[in-house]
Design a protein around this ligand. Structure first.
Ligand code: THU
Length: 130
């Protein structure tokens, strides 16, 4: 996996962010097991609660194209602060199993966590599924 490339693709996805209310643009790049990358950006709405995060945009794009198995997601928000995926995005990502989360502020400054370390006990109605 080329982390520089994935972070760069998250930066490119961020350019399409629609964030007129918060002004905070976020980009994500989701890497499938086969090597395809799906970008995503946050898309805000005048009815604020309808805003969707960059991570979920990427997941929904990928899943709607038939993808189910993912290796990693790179997320980039501001240049100063590491923008970790929110709880809603962690739960949505978790639906498709564990993966590497790369939270970046640049191609040189990033942190890495596994999804299951960030959300060890997500919701599932299936018995004993972690
Ligand atoms: N946002 C994301 O895109 N991803 C996150 O993980 C957290 C927050 C967006 C939503 C909103 O458009 C902006 O950041 C400020 O909350």
């Amino acid at each position: 996996m080329n982390k520089t490339r994935l972070i760069t693709m998250a930066m490119q996805a961020r350019e399409n962010a629609y964030a007129p209310y918060s002004g905070f643009k976020v980009g994500a790049a989701l890497l499938t097991k086969a090597g395809t990358v799906y970008g995503g950006c946050n898309i805000e709405n005048a009815s604020y609660g309808l805003t969707v995060c960059a991570e979920r945009t990427a997941v929904y794009k990928a899943v709607s194209e038939g993808e189910r198995v993912f290796q990693a997601i790179a997320v980039i928000g501001g240049e100063q602060t590491y923008a970790y995926p929110c709880g809603a995005c962690l739960q949505v990502l978790r639906e498709f199993g564990n993966l590497l989360i790369i939270t970046a502020i640049s191609v040189d400054a990033y942190q890495e966590q596994m999804l299951y370390d960030m959300i060890p006990f997500g919701f599932s109605w299936e018995k004993n599924r972690r």
